[in-house]
Design a protein around this ligand. Structure first.
Ligand code: AMP
Length: 131
């Protein structure tokens, strides 16, 4: 598959606010947050979409979910609640073709900003990540 900017974030070639790192999974803040704490959890292994998962990925997906939920609990998001969202392909709203979960915390009276489904230019995103 074609490499995405997430592989470059994982290799720390592009700046990002990394919130979690282990042997299999990396978590970092979304550059266009839909909520005050909007983070993405990605496998180090580059898998393009949900459609590309195979049986051998079962453990990896389990690790991804567990890392994301552990992070949500550590940030006290668990009691109020959150969404763990994975968009698949163009009409599913996927813009970066490296599998990832969005953690989207929900609080009373605070609406999620819309997911535009549009990617800004990579150089603009990289510059924003530095800010
Ligand atoms: P999706 O549209 O579901 O594929 O989600 C991709 C997400 O990646 C979007 O919410 C973007 O805001 C986010 N994103 C794109 N570039 C970066 C970046 N350089 N650092 C952090 N998040 C990014």
């Amino acid at each position: 598959m074609a490499e995405t900017l997430f592989s470059r974030i994982i290799r720390r070639e592009i700046p990002a606010q990394i919130v979690h790192e282990d042997e299999h999974v990396v978590g970092f803040r979304d550059i266009n947050p839909q909520a005050p704490t909007h983070v993405l959890f990605v496998p180090r292994q580059a898998i393009a979409t949900l459609n590309d998962l195979v049986a051998a990925d079962a453990e990896l997906i389990g690790r991804l979910v567990l890392a994301a939920t552990a992070y949500a609990k550590s940030q006290q998001l668990a009691d109020d609640g959150y969404r763990l969202v994975m968009n698949c392909n163009r009409h599913g709203g996927q813009t970066v073709f490296h599998l990832h979960f969005h953690i989207l915390p929900l609080k009373e009276g605070v609406d999620l900003r819309p997911h535009t489904g549009q990617m800004a230019d990579h150089s603009i995103l990289a510059a924003q990540a530095l800010a």
